[in-house]
Design a protein around this ligand. Structure first.
Ligand SMILES: C[S@@+](CC[C@H](N)C(=O)[O-])C[C@H]1O[C@@H](n2cnc3c(N)ncnc32)[C@H](O)[C@@H]1O
Length: 162
């Protein structure tokens, strides 16, 4: 297997990507349709997806860091502490599932009916609390991803700008 299908085979071997009863998978396209740039990495306490919370807690979750690629430092101008939306790339998840069983109880739902990280384009979003800068890093609470997860975008939560 080459290209996207070959990569999918590699990811599917990870323990957190093991298929559960009733789940279904299928082929993935041979090539991608768009390019993206990772703008940074998320630094969190968790090395394994199984250790992450299912959903981050912006009030009581652990302090995490965003290591922003210095290329984009100027793009932070005007971003104030407060609620911020992060989009990130769940790089460890398989991308070929059609039906998933979140409770591993034999019942399934379609991938697009779930917020699972296993999806064709593994984009995750979370509203986190942006607490301020520490040097070049952004300090945040409310993440639910593994250490080193690639960051796609940072957006102010609508209406939070004053
Ligand atoms: C249910 S998803 C929710 C993600 C995001 N808050 C959302 O709603 O789009 C969070 C789970 O993704 C898994 N996960 C975390 N980091 C990952 C990564 N880098 N690649 C694949 N899966 C990951 C963990 O099991 C974690 O509990």
């Amino acid at each position: 297997m080459d290209g996207a299908e070959g990569q999918e085979g590699g990811r599917a071997a990870a323990p957190w990507n093991r298929m559960r009863a009733g789940e279904t998978a299928g082929p993935v396209p041979p090539q991608s349709d768009a390019g993206i740039w990772f703008i940074g990495r998320l630094r969190t306490p968790w090395s394994d997806p199984c250790a992450c919370p299912r959903r981050g807690d912006a009030a009581a979750g652990p302090l995490c860091r965003i290591e922003l690629d210095p290329l984009w430092a100027e793009a932070l101008d005007g971003l104030r502490p407060g609620p911020v939306q992060l989009l990130y790339w769940m790089h460890l998840g398989r991308r070929d599932l059609r039906r998933q069983s979140p409770k591993d109880d034999g019942t399934t739902r379609g991938t697009f009916a779930l917020r699972s990280p296993m999806r064709p384009n593994p984009i995750a979003s979370s509203e986190v609390a942006f607490l301020g800068l520490d040097g070049a890093d952004l300090l945040v609470r409310g993440l639910d991803c593994t250490d080193g997860t690639p960051l796609l975008d940072i957006k102010p939560v609508h209406g939070s700008l004053k």
